[in-house]
Design a protein around this ligand. Structure first.
Ligand code: FAD
Length: 631
C-alpha cells in the first residue's frame, strides 16, 4: 500500500466517550503510550448527550444509601441476569469515580450544605444521581478532556512533545482489529474520514469503547456514530457477544414533529415530579406495577405525591419504575387507543412544579421542546413515546479486568455486556463508563507488563485484506447504502422492536439474509475524500452482523425479561434467569448462537436480599442451595 500511515503504541483506545477517555487516562497514568481514536469529533460522543446524571451511592441526599442498596437496585433493574461481580464492582467503586472527577475539575450541582447534589431516578431506592442540571454528560466529557490535556502538559514538560505519551486521533474510523500469528491482538486498521487515507496502528492491546447500536433502529435517541462498530469488531476478532436481545427502549422520546422523533426526554422529568397521563387524563402507571415490584411502589396518587417530600414514610410513584416497565405501559396505552394525538402519551411537569423551578432544573428540556416542537413545558404537557436508547448486550468481558476472550482485546462502556443484565437503570451507564473504563486501562497495563518484549507482529496479509474490504464499495454495483440502511432500520423497529413475536423475528432474520446478499452489491460513487456514502457502506456490514445477533437471541429467548418482550411468552421464566445467550462468528463468518450458564451469585451477595424477593427470580434448586448456605 502506498498511502498507509503507520503508528506504534502500547495501547489503542477506540472511542472517546466516557469509557474511552477514562481508559486512556488510566493507561497513560500506568506509563503506557496511548492512542485514543474516535470517528466523530473529539468531544462528540454519546456521553456528552447524557442528561440526568451519574449513579453513585454517596449518600448525600439520603445517608441510608450505600453500595449494597445500589447493588440490589441494579440487580432488580436487570431482573437478576446481571453479571453479579460487575454489578458489585460498579456499586462499590462508583462513588470513588465521581469524587475523582472532582479532582479533575468537575463541578456538580450542590446540596445546601455544599455536598454533591443527588436526584431521584427510576429503579433507584434513594436519590442517587449526581448531576449538573440536565447536562451531566457535558461536564463529564469536559472534565475528562481537561484531564487529558493536563497529562499532555505534564508530558510536554518532560519530553518537549505534548503527544509523546497520549495522542487523540479524531475523525478516524477503525474498521478492523488485527491479530498476530499467535491469535493475540497486534493492532488496528482504519481510515481518516476526511481524506479517506488508511492508517495502521501497531499495539499489543486494544480497548473497545465504541458505545452502542441504536442507529440500526428507526426511532432512536442515538446519533450517527452508534452503528455497533465495536460489537462487530470484537466478533470479527474472535470475541463473543452476550445477551444481544436486551435493548432498552427508553419510555420517553419525543414523538412530534417527525423530524425529531426519538430524541430523548430525560428521566429527570419524572424524577423531579413529572407524571404520565393518557388521553383520558388518567395517571395510568398505577395499573402497570408488576408483581415483582409490588410493595415498593405507591398504590394511590396521594401516596405517590407525598413520597417526593417524605420518602421515608411513603412508597415511590410508579412513574419511577424501571424503564422497561414504563416503556411497555406506554406502548399498551397507545395500542388500546388512549394515546396522545401524535401516538405517544402525555408527560406533564407543568402542573407539578413552578415555572422557574422547571427552567432551573430542566433547562435543556425546556429549550429542546421550545425550539424543536414549539411546546412550553412550563405551561403544557409534552407528548412522549418509547425510543431505542441503549443496548444491554455487548462484548463478553471479565468483570475485574474488562478482558475479552481474545488476548490483548478489552471492552468497556456501552459496548461491553453483562453489567446491566436485561435492563439498565438510568444513571448506571455514566458510572459504568468510569468504573470499567478505569479497570480496562489497568487490565491492559497488566497484560502488557506480562508480555515483556514479545509483541505480536502485524501480518501483511491482514493489511491487504483490510484494505481490500475497505475499498470494496468502490465497485460498479447497483445497491445504495442509504436504501439498505433505511430498510434495516424500519424492519428492526417493526419486527425486533419493543414487542416481539416468533413469526416477526423469523421474518427479520429472512430480511437480514436478503440484506446481507444485497450488501455484497453495495456501491458508492466518488472517491475516498469526504465520502459519507462510503462510510455508511462500511458501517452497514457492522450493523448487519449486530442485528443478526439481536434477532437470533430474541428468537431463542422464549420469555419476557427487561429489554426483551415476547408477546408469545409474556412471563419471566426462572429457568431462563440462569441462561446467557452468546454469539460468535464461525470460520465462514456466520453468526452462531449458544446458551451459557449465568455466573452464580455469591452467597454473601444473595444474602443482601429477602428470600421472598429471591423466590420471584430464582429456581427451586437455586433457592434450596441458598437455604443450605451454598448458593
Ligand atoms: P460514547 O460516549 O458514545 O462514545 C463512543 C465513541 O466511540 C465515540 O467517540 C465514537 O466516535 C467512537 N467510535 C465508535 N465507533 C468507532 C470506530 N469504528 N472507530 C473509531 N471510533 C469509533 N446514561 C446515564 O448514565 N445517565 C444519563 O443521564 C444518560 N443520558 C443519556 C441521554 C442520551 C440522549 C443518550 C443517547 C444516552 C444517555 N445515557 C445516559 C447513556 C450514556 O450516555 C451512554 O450509554 C454512554 O455515554 C456511552 O458511553 P461510551 O463511552 O460507552 O460511548
Amino acid at each position: 500500500m502506498t498511502d498507509l500511515e503507520r503508528h506504534e503504541y502500547d495501547v489503542i483506545v477506540i472511542g472517546a466517550g466516557g469509557a474511552g477517555l477514562r481508559a486512556a487516562i488510566e493507561a497513560r497514568e500506568q506509563g503506557l503510550r496511548t492512542a485514543v481514536i474516535c470517528k466523530s469529533l473529539f468531544g462528540k460522543a454519546h456521553t456528552v448527550m447524557a442528561e440526568g446524571g451519574i449513579a453513585a451511592s454517596m449518600g448525600n441526599a439520603n445517608a441510608k444509601d450505600n453500595w449494597q442498596t445500589h447493588f440490589r437496585d441494579t440487580m432488580r433493574g436487570g431482573k437478576f441476569l446481571n453479571n453479579p461481580r460487575m454489578a458489585e464492582l460498579h456499586a462499590k467503586e462508583a462513588p470513588m469515580r465521581v469524587w475523582e472527577l472532582e479532582t479533575y475539575g468537575a463541578l456538580f450541582d450542590r446540596t445546601p450544605d455544599g455536598k454533591i447534589s443527588q436526584r431521584n431516578f427510576g429503579g433507584h431506592e434513594y436519590p442517587r444521581l449526581a448531576h449538573v442540571g440536565d447536562r451531566t454528560g457535558l461536564e463529564l466529557i469536559r472534565t475528562l478532556q481537561q484531564k487529558i490535556v493536563s497529562l499532555q502538559q505534564d508530558d510536554h514538560r518532560e519530553t518537549g512533545d505534548y503527544e509523546s505519551r497520549l495522542r487523540v486521533f479524531a475523525e478516524l474510523t477503525v474498521t478492523d482489529i488485527l491479530k498476530g500469528d499467535d491469535g493475540a491482538v497486534s493492532g488496528a486498521f482504519g481510515y481518516w474520514r476526511e481524506t479517506g487515507g488508511f492508517v495502521l496502528f501497531s499495539a499489543p492491546a486494544v480497548i473497545l469503547a465504541t458505545g452502542g447500536i441504536g442507529k440500526s433502529f428507526k426511532v432512536t435517541s442515538n446519533s450517527w456514530e452508534y452503528t455497533g462498530d465495536g460489537h462487530a469488531l470484537a466478533l470479527r476478532a474472535g470475541a463473543s457477544l452476550i445477551n444481544m436481545e436486551f435493548i432498552q427502549f427508553h419510555p420517553t422520546g419525543m414523538v412530534w414533529p417527525p423530524s425529531v422523533k426519538g430524541i430523548l426526554v430525560t428521566e429527570s422529568v419524572r424524577g423531579d415530579g413529572g407524571v404520565l397521563r393518557n388521553s383520558e387524563d388518567k395517571r395510568f402507571m398505577f395499573d402497570y406495577v408488576p408483581d415483582v415490584f409490588r410493595g415498593q411502589y405507591a398504590d394511590t396518587e396521594e401516596e405517590a405525591d407525598r413520597w417526593y417530600k417524605d420518602p421515608e414514610n411513603n412508597k415511590r410513584p410508579p412513574e419511577l419504575l424501571p424503564r422497561d416497565e414504563v416503556a411497555r405501559a406506554i406502548n399498551s396505552e397507545v395500542k388500546e387507543g388512549r394515546g396522545s394525538p401524535h401516538g405517544g402519551v402525555f408527560l406533564d411537569v407543568s402542573t407539578r412544579l413552578p415555572a422557574e423551578e422547571i427552567t432551573r432544573r430542566l433547562p435543556s428540556m425546556h429549550h429542546q421542546f421550545k425550539e424543536l416542537a414549539d411546546v412550553d413545558i412550563t405551561a403544557e404537557p409534552m407528548e412522549v413515546g418509547p425510543t431505542c436508547h441503549y443496548v444491554m448486550g455487548g462484548v463478553e468481558v471479565d468483570a475485574d479486568t474488562a478482558a475479552t476472550s481474545v488476548p490483548g482485546l478489552y471492552a468497556a462502556g456501552e459496548v461491553a455486556g453483562g453489567m446491566h443484565g436485561s435492563n439498565r437503570l438510568g444513571g448506571n451507564s455514566l458510572s459504568d463508563l468510569l468504573v470499567f473504563g478505569r479497570r480496562a486501562g489497568v487490565g491492559a497495563a497488566e497484560y502488557i507488563a506480562a508480555l515483556g518484549d514479545s509483541r505480536p507482529a502485524i501480518r501483511d496479509v491482514d493489511i491487504d485484506r483490510s484494505t481490500e474490504t475497505a475499498l470494496a464499495p468502490f465497485r460498479d454495483a447497483s445497491e445504495n447504502p442509504y436504501t439498505l440502511h433505511s430498510e434495516l432500520q424500519q424492519k428492526m423497529n417493526d419486527l425486533v422492536g419493543i414487542i416481539r413475536r416468533e413469526e416477526e423475528v423469523r421474518e427479520a432474520l429472512e430480511m437480514l439474509d436478503g440484506l446481507d446478499e444485497r450488501a455484497e452489491s453495495v456501491g458508492v460513487e466518488g472517491n475516498r475524500p469526504f465520502n459519507p456514502g462510503w462510510h455508511l457502506a462500511l458501517d452497514l456490514r457492522n450493523m448487519l452482523a449486530v442485528c443478526r445477533c439481536v434477532a437470533l437471541a430474541a428468537l431463542e429467548r422464549t420469555e419476557s425479561r427487561g429489554g426483551h418482550t415476547r408477546e408469545d411468552f409474556p412471563g419471566m421464566d426462572p429457568q431462563w434467569r440462569g441462561v446467557n445467550l452468546i454469539c460468535t462468528l464461525d470460520d465462514t463468518g456466520t453468526v452462531q448462537l449458544k446458551r451459557q450458564p449465568v455466573p452464580e451469585i455469591r452467597q454473601d451477595l444473595l444474602e443482601l436480599f429477602e428470600r421472598t424477593e429471591l423466590s420471584k427470580y430464582l429456581t427451586e434448586p437455586e433457592l434450596s442451595r441458598l437455604d443450605a448456605g451454598s448458593a
